[in-house]
Ligand binder design. Structure first.
Ligand code: SAH
Length: 471
């Protein structure tokens, strides 16, 4: 069984190293179900093709933990189609790239490149419809050709075997992760035992993209072989990663401009330019701290990142968001593809969740959470608190959140309703202060509270700002 992945990108041979394989040599290894080879049939400056060849030992499979039954133990399609076994082979060959790690070229890990994946034989009981439901939401164009059961006896009808071509802009890690998770989902006859460990694999390699996939339930069900308890725990954990995002396309079908898209979050807020004032207040708190590095947690479409790039003293800037859509918009805003190398060297944008400990978030002078915490419900909020204040532990944490008392100013909002449909809460100033004091006491930070926007008697200003400094 052979699959090939072709990547079109500048300095394409480097992509071979991203996959952690020297493009000039052949990699060969045994794995549980047979043998796998990785080699590069084509290496050019602007594209590179990597081939993964697997030889499955059908008799060896019989001895595996998920033995087939009787005759089909020895006579089956396993050696000839892409299946869950191909996933195992992918993992054997590309474990580091699948984990999103690379020593030599870490800066290219998040680069989106055009990939063409050729899968000459895919077993899929759900047909082209299922394949499209799985791959198109991830940004692939899919071409599938169905093969007859036997080309000498066409009257026997069609088989469940397809030749598939996928084309799309992806990062290295994503393209591998998509295949790793989705090939077994297509196949539906997984030849290994499914247990708790499989849930971990699904979440490791699905992670953020799976949380946002419209067919995540179907994917979890088939991947986990319909084991109900595994499926519900996987879905729960995926839900924790998932956050509703602003629709990119307006009702009239036209794409919103960057500005309009940015405005949607704040459309119901009184006072033009409040978000601008908020960002300026955050920038002032960044400058005041003499920070050289900044992590923008829940960076959304990258407005703060854009301003932070102009602060020459910031030599390391990282934007993190769980939503790939928001990150795509941030890249567009920052003109990612054409960014001058000197700027590009100072900034990175990664997909990640604030609910899970993540080493990438550690070691920054300042962390900013601008209008993010109110999107988290209680259990997630406390997960975030630990991730930020205990694990990432920057010198200074800057948090902004609405002041609910101010909502009376917006007629249709009144004092009961929230400013945005995805807000899980909006705090009064007293509630905000109580939370901040709890953070301060629990995690040993000094806290100061400020207001953003014009303050009024009784109700205060539209927004609250908290600055936490490590004691
Ligand atoms: N800070 C930006 C965006 C605020 S909107 C700005 O001020 O413009 C809230 C953002 O938080 C969204 O982009 C959302 O995707 C992100 N978010 C929500 N929950 C998250 C989580 N658990 N992990 C990471 N980002 C999250």
């Amino acid at each position: 069984m052979l699959i090939t992945l072709t990547c079109y990108a500048p300095n394409a041979p480097e992509v071979g190293y991203l996959l952690a394989k020297n493009p000039d040599s052949v990699f060969e290894r045994e794995f549980s179900a047979g043998q796998v080879w990785v080699f590069y049939p084509e290496v050019a400056e602007d594209h590179i093709t990597v081939a993964l060849l697997t030889e499955i030992d059908p008799v060896g499979l019989v001895r595996g933990p998920a033995a087939l039954t009787q005759l089909d133990q020895y006579v089956n399609d396993r050696p000839y189609v892409s299946t869950s076994l191909t996933s195992v082979a992918l993992h054997t060959a590309f474990a580091t790239a699948l984990a999103g790690r690379n020593k030599e070229r870490p800066e290219r890990l998040n680069e989106r490149m055009r990939w063409v994946v050729a899968l000459p034989a895919v077993a899929c009981d759900g047909g082209e419809d299922l394949m499209a439901r799985l791959f198109t939401p991830l940004g692939y164009t899919l071409t599938a050709t169905r093969h007859p059961l036997d080309s000498s006896f066409l009257a026997w009808g069609a088989s469940d075997i397809y030749s598939v071509r996928l084309e799309g802009e992806q990062t290295v890690r994503d393209v591998l992760g998509h295949l790793y998770v989705l090939l077994p989902v297509l196949d539906n006859s997984k030849h290994y035992y499914v247990d708790r460990e499989e849930t971990e694999k699904l979440l490791d390699h699905g992670g953020a993209w799976l949380a946002l996939h419209p067919e995540r339930e179907l994917i979890a069900r088939r991947y986990l072989r319909y084991k109900r308890t595994l499926i519900s725990s996987a879905l729960e954990r995926l839900a924790a990663l998932d956050v509703p995002i602003e629709p990119e396309v307006e009702a009239n079908g036209s794409e919103t401009s960057d500005e309009a898209a940015g405005a949607s979050e704040l459309a119901r807020e009184p006072g033009v330019g409040l978000h601008e004032q908020r960002l300026q207040a955050v920038l002032a708190a960044i400058r005041e701290s003499n920070a050289h590095s900044l992590v923008d947690l829940g960076c959304g479409e990258g407005k703060l990142l854009q301003l932070a790039l102009k602060e020459r003293q910031l030599t390391r800037i990282l934007g993190v968001d769980v939503s790939s859509l928001a990150l795509a918009r941030a890249r567009r805003r920052l003109h990612w593809e054409t960014m001058p190398p000197a700027q590009r060297a100072r900034i990175d944008i990664v997909q990640g969740s604030l609910l899970y400990r993540d080493n990438r978030l550690a070691g920054f002078d300042v962390a900013a959470l601008v209008e993010v915490i109110e999107h988290l419900d209680a259990p997630r909020l406390s997960a975030m608190e630990r991730v930020v204040f205990e694990h990432a532990r920057p010198r200074r944490v800057i948090v902004t959140t609405p002041n609910r008392e101010y909502n009376v100013h917006w007629e249709t909002l009144g004092s009961e309703r929230l400013r945005h449909s995805d807000h899980r809460f909006e705090w009064t100033r007293a509630e905000g202060r109580a939370w901040a004091e709890r953070m301060s006491a629990t995690y040993h930070y000094e806290v100061t509270q400020q207001e953003i926007g014009a303050a009024e008697p009784e109700i205060g200003a539209p927004s609250q700002l908290f600055i936490f400094d490590q004691r």
